[in-house]
Ligand binder design. Sequence first.
Ligand code: 13P
Ligand code: SF4
Length: 324
Amino acid sequence: MTIDFASDSAAQGNYSHEELFMRIIALKKEINALILAHYYTVPEIQQVADIVGDSLALARAAEKNDADVIVFAGVYFMAETAKILNPSKQVLMPDAYAGCPLADSCPADEFRRFRELHPGAVVITYINSTAEIKALSDITCTSSNVEQIVRQIPVTQPIIFGPDRNLGAYIAKKLGREMILWQGYCYVHEAFSESCILNACAEHPDAELVAHPECREEVLRHAAFIGSTQALLNHTVSSSAKKFIVATEPGILYEMQKRSPEKTFIPAPKDPNNPRSVCTQMKQNTLEKLYQCMLNRKPEIVVDEALRLAALGSIRRMLEMSPG
Ligand code: 13P
Ligand code: SF4
C-alpha cells in the first residue's frame, strides 16, 4: 500500500489507532527514524516503539544507532540528552511541552550557587535535569547506574547529588557515605506514603512490595526489592513471587504484565493527600502526536552548541563509568 503523506497534515484526529500504527511504521521507514519510548508512556506508544526502556537504556540507544531521525516519546530532558549525544541527527518529540517537574525544580543559577557552597565536591546529577545543570556537573547518572558510579568515587571525596533527594538519600544510606543533596523530588513517587503502602500490604499479604528509589524512605523501608524501572521489571520476571505491589509510575505495569502474564501486578495506591501518582507529562505522548511529529518533522529539539558541548562531558563520563 502506498500512503500519500503529503496530504496528511490536515487529517489530524481522523485516524483510528490501527491506521495510525500503519502510518507511523511506514513513515518510520521512509525517514529512517528510530522511535524510543520510556516505560511510563501509554501502552500504544510502547507497542509502536523500536526500543522501550528506562532512562539509561534509552540514552544508550540514542548514542548508538544508524537512524537519521530519533523520535523520543518520553519527557524533554530525555530528548535533549539524545540531541546532545547526536548533534547531526534530527531529534523529534511528539509533545515538546512534556517536561519533567523534577528537572524543572533545579534552576541553573540556584544550582550554581549551591555548588559554590561546597568547593571541591564532585557533582553527580541525575539525568532528570536540564542541559544547563548537566553542564554544571561532573557526572550524570540514572537510577540504574547511580550506585555503580558513586562506588567509583573515593570515599574521602565529598559528593553533591541532585536534583532528586530521595534517590540521593537512598544511595547515601546504602553505601554509608555522606552526600550533599539538592532537595528536589518527583511528584509521582513522592505521592506514595507509608500509611497507604502499609494498607496495601495488609490488603494483599501475599504480595511483594517493589519500589523505585525516587520513593520516600518511609516507603522504601518496607520494600522487598528497590531498583530502577528496569531493575524492578527484571526482578518481577525472576522472582518466585506471584503477586507484586508496584511503587513507581504505573506505565511499567504494561511491560511487567506482558513479561509475566501469570503474575498479578497491583499499582501502589497514592496517599489521599497527594493529587496524582501518574506522570501526566509522560502520558502527553499520544499516537496522533507521534504521527504528526514524524510527518511534520517537528517539534524538533535544538540545543545551543556551546551548551551542548558543556553538557556532553558529564553524559560521556556516565557512559564511560557504566559501559553497557
Ligand atoms: P528510570 O527510567 O531511571 O527508572 O527513572 C524513572 C523516571 O522517573 C524517569 O523519568
Ligand atoms: Fe519527571 Fe517523575 Fe515524570 Fe519521571 S516520573 S518524568 S521524574 S515527573
